[in-house]
Design a protein around this ligand. Structure first.
Ligand code: PEP
Length: 255
């Protein structure tokens, strides 16, 4: 990470785990564990139904609240979806979009990621945009092409000014929830490729100030090495974000 140029962001993704009450109990533990850790932004992205109780529990803490998706329209006939205005009423500050599980199970495509991103940014929220290759794509040697394409389409029509509210998370799909982590050098290399794409689109300054996280089985044991890399500006963490001590150890690794 390069703290002089960009913010380090450690974000937990609870996925479909924790009921509203479990979420509050977890947050009450986490709040005291991380209360003095101010060298990185700490975010937890929770299921929509947990947002009201967790939002209340986070008041006055240094942990920011995130959601795991948001629709591109502000309201209307979109059964099962959540709008940015609904999220904003509960002090949600971040929204994950384009997660590989959304792409794999819920038909998310690069164009819909871009539509969501525009609405999220226009509403004043920050977005964590996930990109990453499948194992078959890695084996075909097309990781660069895949992450470049995903990044370019996601950022279509987003301005350099709006990039201040965009975080990219490089998440190789084969590393998510599998216990297999990209080596620190490989995470650094691919994050560097994404930074080059941003540089081509917006110039060097924007590229150097954009936070690019790594995600994929990041844990207390490998976080120090991953986060020591110049292009790895934080982590998007699934499994290890469900254990307060493990998540705190990753926050410590970013200090
Ligand atoms: C994720 O869900 O974004 C993720 C990286 O999960 P895990 O840390 O469990 O691999």
């Amino acid at each position: 990470m390069n703290n002089s140029k960009r913010k380090t962001v450690i974000a937990g993704n609870w996925k479909m785990n924790m009921t509203p009450n479990e979420g509050v109990a977890f947050v009450n533990e986490l709040k005291s564990l991380v209360k003095d850790k101010n060298n990185c932004e700490i975010v937890i992205c929770v299921p929509d139904v947990d947002i009201p109780t967790v939002s209340e529990a986070l008041k006055g803490s240094n942990i920011k609240l995130g959601a795991q998706n948001a629709h591109w329209e502000l309201k209307g006939a979109f059964t099962g979806e959540t709008s940015v205005n609904m999220l904003k009423e509960y002090n949600v500050g971040y929204v994950i979009i384009g997660h590989s599980e959304r792409r794999q199970f819920f038909g998310e495509i690069n164009n819909s990621v871009n539509m969501r991103l525009k609405t999220i940014i226009e509403s004043g929220l920050k977005a964590i945009v996930c990109v990453g290759e499948l194992i078959t794509e890695r084996e075909l040697g097309i990781t660069t092409e895949i992450v470049s394409l995903q990044t370019k389409v996601a950022l279509h029509d987003i301005t350099a000014e709006q990039m201040k509210n965009v975080i990219i998370a490089y998440e190789p799909v084969w590393a998510i929830g599998t216990g297999k982590t990209a080596t620190a050098d490989e995470a650094d290399r691919v994050n560097g490729i994404i930074r080059n794409v941003i540089s081509d689109l917006y110039g060097e300054n924007t590229a150097e100030s954009t936070t690019i996280q790594y995600g994929g089985s990041m844990n207390a044991a490998n976080a120090v090495e991953l986060l020591s890399k110049v292009n790895v500006d934080g982590g998007l963490i699934g499994g290890a974000s469900l254990k307060a001590l493990d998540f705190t150890a990753i926050v410590d690794a970013a200090q």
